[in-house]
Write a protein that binds this ligand. Sequence first.
Ligand SMILES: C[S@@+](CC[C@H](N)C(=O)[O-])C[C@H]1O[C@@H](n2cnc3c(N)ncnc32)[C@H](O)[C@@H]1O
Length: 672
Amino acid sequence: MVLNPVISKLSGKLVVLASASPRRLEILRNAGLRFEVVPSWFKETLDKGLFKAPHEYAVETAKQKALEVARRMPFKHLKTPDIVIGADTIVTVDGMILEKPVDKHDAYRMLSSLSGKEHSVFTGVAIVLCHEKENEEVDYQLIDFYEETKVKFADLSEDMLWEYINSGEPMDKAGGYGIQALGGMLVEYVHGDFLNVVGFPLNHFCKQLDLIYNHCASSSDQESASVHVSHNGTHTTSITTQPPPNLPNSPSATQTHPTNDSPSFSPVHKVKRKGSESEAGESSWMLVNSLSKHTENRAAELRDSENATLPLIPSRGQAIELNVTEHEDSELKNQDLQQITALMDGFKASKALFTASELCVFDLLHSRPRLDAAQVAQEIKASVKGTECLLEACVSLGLLKSKERTLQKPVYENTDLAMRFLRSDAPFSLHGYIQHCNNTIWPLFSHLESAVREGTNQHEKAFGKISKDVFQDAYYNSQEVKLRFMNAMHSIAKVTGKAVATAFDLSRYKTACDLGGCTGAMAYEFTKAHPGLSVTVFDLPAVVEMSEHFHPLQKDNRVSFVAGDFFKDELPKADLYILARILHDWPDEKVHILLRKIADACTPGCGLLISEIFLDEDRGAPSRGLLQALSMSEGKQRSATEYSLLLKSHGFIAAHVRHTDNFLDAMLCIKV
Ligand SMILES: C[S@@+](CC[C@H](N)C(=O)[O-])C[C@H]1O[C@@H](n2cnc3c(N)ncnc32)[C@H](O)[C@@H]1O
């Protein structure tokens, strides 16, 4: 079986993992699956005595976890996932089911019962497929399976047991051990899928996806009946589901299947999404439902704000996912039209945002809310007519709110979105980045056609100057442009820095060097997140001389600055190197020069943390990365695998990859 094409069947779908287990997360992310994590609220309190076999308990818990999330999301998250994955891992020995220990004595009880014996690890997995209907109902189809792996522990002395328990590792793990870390030392042999013991049977899961997506009949073929659940969860009608014709017989909807090879199909549940809590206009919902996570969050806010429409860029797979046969002609046309309109109008929306930001409308309405158009026009020194149009457009985009005042003249104030991201003094202000987009990226994009024809950057056409090295020749030639660029980097780093800094356990590193660390915003996030870490920011002299300007109040003697050129000069010594948004700026030849220098400065065990937008392996998404590539000069966007191959050629192995769901993803590599 080829695994990746199976995983790639899910790209463009909203896949949700109903589990907070970092191990499951990592297994699925390393397999290239893109998903959101929504931990289940289902309490794992099923009566074990009711189950004939231990795996039935694990499967039922997995099902309940997944279904709880699938049912909650349309109401609480205002979006319906395509697939929810639930899992539950248990350990069984001598007829007992061991879950996570509640304290050290419980851990001792569990581990001593495993000492010198073979035990079984079962993971029950439930896959809930959610099918949205035209009448706003959601059908839920359940597929579940389990995997068993046998593990034999060595004889454990009391000292070993307590040393392991005191390491703290057993506490959040089924059976009280983690095979992938220190607990691996307790194990004599493993028969079966190793990852199943870690927490998720990846191979079996891929086989099930293969059955679902490559071999199954459509859900309506499988369905002979369903359970109807109203929006408050009350069952109103019920019917059963048959297994698909080409799968081994599944005894009934609620039974787990008797072998490890065939999935069982549980009843289809229908939930009516339109309820008092989340009622939304049909057209905006249709669009929102196919947007990516970031745009969805924004869309949810826009839906909440008055009169908001969505001229946003549709996310990955939107066009591809449209299933023509499932839609009425008229609906199909509306959806197509919305998608194409969103693309055509996208630039107008961007430019309205840039202009309002440039004219400091959001700052003004923060300090003096509830001004009318004439008052705003006077303050920003613009025409009343033009200002009126701009303010109304901003209302339609969900950036401003308008309120009627006595003499029918609307007054304006910022929405929450504007308060959080558009005020120039907000902690997560994107004002700096918006200015960079308006003044640098916009002119470059207006020459996109030439860029595509010629395959070169358009700095000369846009700014009248040839630039070979975009930083030294373009950005740092004038103080004004340099500060604007630094502000842009600073604002993004402040928004994404925490997610990158906390993506991995870095406690073993004491000194880090952030190469091309610009204003140090990312470095400050790293020192905040890791109390034992000092960070040297290394950047060009033109940047370092301005760095203090960005941290007037922040004095942290664990962040220092060194000026230099990372292609030519000696790099500061460190046991962790950070490259955040650096490699995409350069072609492979220059990346090799930089990586060679880093590799030379590293001893074995040193870390290298890369933070970039990682393209999907088929380069089909995310469009944010692919669109950014259009204005880039020499560089290129790469997938996690492409980055790890570049790194491998310099003796680094890619240890972990994290998709942070913020602007940037991250990869931690180790020098071998
Ligand atoms: C896209 S910015 C990324 C900034 C920062 N790492 C972040 O994520 O916010 C690229 C940075 O690399 C720096 N840079 C470019 N060429 C460099 C060189 N030859 N030596 C040192 N730094 C350089 C730039 O000055 C800039 O600060």
